[in-house]
Design a protein around this ligand. Structure first.
Ligand code: ATP
Ligand code: MG
Ligand code: MG
Ligand code: MG
Length: 543
């Protein structure tokens, strides 16, 4: 592609509101443009990368035997009423009304829609398992859209859904998806960790998140280098759950009451149900909370509390994590210390955790503590959640009456799994991991163009002629080439080339008539003179 003909509106200045490297560089490099808060256009360069991520995802999903379909973004409200999520999803769900006064949700996720599609067809065990996926725009009216594509209100997601007739079949597919996700993120060049996680508004039981390591990440993960242990600190319960306890809920009415802390501080506890069906215990302390023991929350010594200082509101308090002290199996819920409010929040999930009376062995652990499974020490890292896999069980099929006839002739609810990847967020996560002060340094698998061919002065005939020759040669060799044929100052061209960040730069300048060009890898800017005869091999070596 000739750069003179491309729509790449680069910016010299750093946009004031762009707080993260990916947001800044995607805007500056002419990859994306903001249209409204949390709403972006993918410009040609950015969309090329999106399509490359999508191609990797399609290949790996197809390999698992999943079939691609495309469901509407506009989903009838009736479906969301069937599961009750029209009410519990809260203001994050975007809603609209048509001219006939019928309500719709703009898809935040697709469990209701897919279940409605398959429920009549998947009526016998003979048709199971079944795996379907789509790549579709999602809408979530996020409270705090931020960091560009990292937390948008309109974003691109791959969502997959599987249907089964046994827990074993779901388990098998869950791990197939887990490994497919590992391959997808490896192919995108990301450094990531798969961690035990919280199922949030989607519901369900077993779940892992895929977290790309990055300082800007909004999640904190705990992991150990010497074992497989890795968990989001907002993690799912993996406490020994007794059969039948699943789905048991805590009393959800709001309770207010003064509690004693170490015999002198007064703490007020509030209980209420959040839209994601979590119970939040909100403890408001009158004095600074430090090394205190919260007693008598529900009549027992519950939680030992150590808070660190944190700058951000709702930032996970440093060193404050909740784990159950029962050997290998551990539970963690986030504990947040909000400095502005001088309050500590605990997140508990009533749908999966044991009743609150069983939390009497909770304790907080800090970075550097021994890990839960007895090997190594706990480390903390910041992560960007790029994907999540869930075992949903029968939550949606029961609510929506999606049953199949089993071998025993009895009607049973379909057992489900669901699996999401934030495609636009993945793009940003890659940016966070692949850049320097000058701009992007794309990994080969996702670069919008592999080679940036730069003609220093296209007014010089020898430079133009050699550039034209190399341009068609590279295309013939199968490379994606961006040819900077513009009549711009060399300084501008080089700066923009660094900003755009294609893996290889080929510079046609003064020695064009001698068939000599300069070659550089974006990640190491030293330029080396190469004769055109050796160019093909030299380029290959850089890739
Ligand atoms: P988060 O915890 O960041 O709010 P989530 O847990 O609500 O994300 P899921 O419901 O698990 O998100 O959706 C699947 C994937 O969609 C996420 O793993 C993430 O990669 C992506 N995603 C979710 N919300 C957004 C958003 N607002 N902008 C961009 N991508 C998103
Ligand atoms: Mg969310
Ligand atoms: Mg999440
Ligand atoms: Mg998630």
């Amino acid at each position: 592609m000739k750069q003179s003909q491309m729509f790449i509106p680069t910016m010299k200045e750093t946009p004031a509101d762009a707080e993260s490297a990916s947001h800044r560089l995607l805007l500056r490099g002419g990859y994306i443009r903001q249209n409204a808060s949390g709403v972006y256009s993918y410009l040609p360069l950015g969309y090329k990368i999106i399509k490359k991520i999508e191609a990797i995802i399609r290949e790996e999903m197809d390999r698992t035997g999943s079939q691609e379909l495309l469901m509407p973004a506009m989903q009838p409200a009736e479906l969301w009423h069937e599961t009750g999520r029209w009410d519990v999803y809260g203001p994050e769900l975007m809603r609209l009304k048509d001219r006939h006064n019928r309500f719709f949700a703009l898809g935040a996720t697709g469990e209701e829609l897919i279940t409605s599609l398959v429920r009549d067809y998947l009526n016998t065990y003979k048709k199971l398992p079944m795996s379907l996926y789509q790549i579709q725009t999602k809408f979530r009216d996020e409270k705090r859209p931020r960091f560009g594509l990292l937390r948008g209100r309109e974003f691109i997601m791959k969502d997959a859904y599987t249907f089964h007739d046994s827990a074993e079949s779901l388990d098998q597919t869950y791990w197939v998806m887990y490994h497919a996700y590992c391959r997808i993120f490896e192919r995108c060049g990301l450094t990531f960790r798969a961690v035990l996680a919280d199922s949030g508004a989607i519901g369900g039981k077993d779940t892992h998140e895929f977290q790309a390591l990055a300082e800007i990440g909004e999640d904190t993960i705990a992991y150990s280098d010497t074992s497989d242990y890795a968990a989001n600190l907002e993690m799912a319960s993996v406490l020994d759950q007794e059969e039948g306890k699943d789905g048991e809920t805590l009393p959800l009415e709001k309770v207010e009451g003064k509690q004693e802390v170490d015999g002198n501080q007064a703490i007020t506890a509030y209980w209420f149900q959040t839209r994601s069906e979590r119970v939040v215990v909100f403890l408001k302390a009158s004095d600074e909370i430090n090394d205190v023991k919260v007693k008598n929350l529900l009549g027992t010594d519950l939680i030992e509390l150590i808070t660190g200082s944190s700058e951000d509101a709702m930032h996970p308090a440093e060193g404050v994590r909740v784990f159950a002290d029962n050997g290998l199996k551990h539970v963690a819920r986030a504990a947040y210390y909000n400095q502005a409010e001088n309050s500590t929040y605990f997140h508990l999930d009533p749908s999966r955790d044991l009743p609150i009376e069983s939390f009497d062995d909770l304790r907080f652990i800090k970075e550097g503590d021994p890990s839960p499974d007895g090997s190594g020490v706990i480390k903390f890292a910041r992560g960007i959640e790029i994907g999540q896999v869930f075992k949903l069980g029968t939550k949606y099929s029961e609510a929506m009456n999606a049953t199949y006839l089993d071998t025993d002739g009895k009607a049973k609810p379909l057992i489900m799994g669901c699996y999401g990847i934030g495609i636009s967020r993945t793009l940003s996560a890659v940016c966070e991991q692949y850049h320097d002060d000058e701009g992007m340094i794309w990994p080969k698998s996702l670069a919008p163009f592999t080679i940036h061919l730069i003609t220093v002065n296209p007014k010089k005939e020898d430079q133009l002629a050699l550039s034209e020759q190399l341009y068609s040669q590279f295309i013939q060799e199968g490379y994606d080439v961006l040819w900077d044929d513009r009549k711009e100052r060399p300084g501008v061209k080089f700066a923009e080339s660094e900003l755009i960040g294609c893996p290889v730069q080929v510079i046609v300048g003064k020695r064009a008539s001698e068939q000599i060009v300069e070659l550089a890898a974006r990640k190491d800017t030293e330029r080396v003179e190469t004769s055109t005869a050796q160019l093909s091999d030299a380029v290959k070596q850089l890739l």
